[in-house]
Design a binder for this molecule. Structure first.
Ligand SMILES: [Ca+2]
Ligand SMILES: [Ca+2]
Ligand SMILES: [Ca+2]
Length: 166
């Protein structure tokens, strides 16, 4: 029986060393000065699936959203009053996950998001008039009622953004 103690001791030692290695790996991943530090994946925002249903954005309100993959398109419904002027803007969440947004406003009061993909349906369109590559539109409403805002990433870019209406 005694000869097996050596084997057991070696196994315990190996287990302890591998445990230490894992701890050092974890510490290294927290902040080792490299660019490969762990960054959370960009996940779908709380408003998805917004092609089926979306939460209205009121005047003075804002929503934190993501374009979580290259085909994600976000829809926001806003209620505007005829002849009133509004600003619609996207901006950075300030966490290094910026995305180059493109926004457009459709004069469409449908209860669910428009299904057409042709962006020429949009009355207002902007790419980079916001901060950096974010977007900004100033518009005066032509009718009182709901309008649909579409947000997508330029060239399918992904990331996080705030959108606000004021
Ligand atoms: Ca989204
Ligand atoms: Ca979406
Ligand atoms: Ca842009």
């Amino acid at each position: 029986m005694r000869k097996y103690w050596h084997v057991l001791a070696v196994l315990v030692l190996l287990a302890a060393l591998s445990g230490c290695g894992m701890i050092f790996d974890l510490l290294g991943d927290l902040d080792d000065g490299d660019d490969d530090d762990f960054v959370p994946a960009i996940t779908a925002d709380q408003y998805e699936d917004d092609s089926q249903y979306t939460t209205d954005l009121s005047v003075g309100g804002s929503q934190l959203r993501t374009l979580h993959d290259s085909v994600d398109v976000d829809w926001v419904r806003i209620y505007l009053t005829e002849n009133s002027t509004y600003q619609l803007e996207t901006y950075s969440a300030g966490n290094g996950r910026d995305v180059d947004t493109v926004i457009m406003v459709h004069e469409d009061s449908s209860p669910s998001p428009p299904t057409y993909l042709d962006e020429s349906h949009a009355t207002w369109y902007d790419d980079d008039d916001g901060d950096g590559t974010y977007s900004y539109i100033q518009l005066t409403a032509n009718y009182t009622g709901y309008h649909w805002v579409r947000i997508r990433g330029y060239s399918g870019g992904t990331g996080e953004y705030w959108i606000t209406l004021y």
